[in-house]
Design a protein around this ligand. Structure first.
Ligand code: FCA
Length: 331
């Protein structure tokens, strides 16, 4: 018997015949997922935007999922497998889900790249064998501390009457590294350690930091002026709102966030608030780069680097429009 292909050639239409020649079917596009823990946060929306750009440039299909808890993550992985996806980028809702996520991904034959929040093992150590891309958390936190100190000095504030409201979320390593960095830099600059007050947030959103700051203000009634640092813009925004409620406005509060994506409306307000500025990290770049690395891994077998860190840029009301335009975050 003739091989199938040969048989086809033998009796198929000749190219000069009148019958139309079917175009070869386009190869199926590679499908990749992008799962984020807080899809309502502008940070993650900008990451998705960056990932979409990588998909358009490299010709793959991007499937986006908001996965605020473990159950949703597992369901999204199963959905991705059914859709034929070969991998996903993830910012997990809980870093301790790492081993479980990796087991499910392995079972479904999918590659995984982590962004922002690094997976951890049951003993608390990082899962350093899973490719990770995220901000230089300690360094960026230190820059926040230095900028807070410089601004207080510039305004001639008496440090003896000033307190630091440090909104913390220490169960997440990247968050703890940022707030510890801020604390370290403030102390190194000469800020009295005894007046750096930690205010733990229960949830990483504005209501969570609002509540944390409100209870700190109740405990520390004697402080006249406040510096605020936290893991991200929302941590600082919640504290700024809590302080406004207690009569502390732009003249007695200096808050500096991290992300630079979640404070755009705040910096655009015609009147300054206690939210002085932010350390901008490029969310579009992080989304673009993780999606691009994953695609190259799936398509060409090119393993991504195990760790990539991104820097921060200080933005305030003075420069944010031009910097955010340059970074492609606003038009
Ligand atoms: C964490 C935070 C986000 C963002 C990101 C880089 O995931 O929750 O707001 O700061 O790190």
């Amino acid at each position: 018997m003739l091989p199938f292909a040969l048989a086809l050639t033998g009796c198929g239409p000749k190219s000069d015949s009148a019958a139309p020649v079917a175009a070869p079917a386009a190869p199926a596009k590679i499908k990749l997922g992008f799962l984020v823990k807080q899809p309502e946060e502008p940070w993650f929306q900008f990451e998705w935007k960056g990932a979409e750009k990588a998909a358009a440039e490299h010709g793959f299909e991007l499937l986006k999922y908001g996965t605020p808890d473990g159950e949703k993550v597992m369901a999204a992985i199963d959905n991705l497998a059914v859709a034929g996806a070969q991998g996903f980028v993830i910012c997990t809702p809980d870093v301790r889900l790492g081993p479980q996520i990796m087991a499910r991904a392995k079972q479904k034959n999918m590659k995984v790249v982590t962004v922002d929040d690094m997976f951890v093992l049951p003993d608390g150590k990082f899962m350093t064998d899973v490719p990770y891309l995220g901000m230089s958390a300690s360094q960026i936190g230190e820059s926040v501390g230095q900028a807070l100190f410089a601004e207080a000095k510039q305004r001639g504030w008496n440090l003896e009457e000033t307190g630091v409201c440090l909104i913390t979320f220490e169960e997440l390593d990247t968050a703890r590294e940022r707030t510890e960095g801020a604390r370290r830099a403030l102390e190194a600059a000469g800020f009295p350690a005894a007046r750096i007050f930690k205010a733990p947030q229960k949830t990483t959103d504005i209501p969570g930091s609002f509540d944390a700051a409100t209870s700190l203000l109740t405990r520390q009634g004697g402080v006249k002026r406040w510096l605020i640092a936290g893991m991200n813009d929302n941590a600082v925004l919640g504290a700024v709102r809590a302080m406004e409620g207690r009569g502390f406005g732009a003249d007695s509060v200096i808050g500096i966030g991290i992300n630079g994506t979640d404070c755009i409306d705040e910096l655009r307000k015609p009147k300054p608030t206690g939210f002085h500025g932010s350390m901008l990290v490029s969310a579009p770049f992080e989304g673009y780069e993780t999606a691009r690395l994953l695609h190259a891994w799936v398509k060409d077998g090119k393993q991504p680097p195990l760790e990539t860190r991104t820097p921060g840029i200080f933005i305030t009301r003075e420069n944010f429009e031009s910097v955010l335009k340059r970074e492609g975050i606003i038009q």
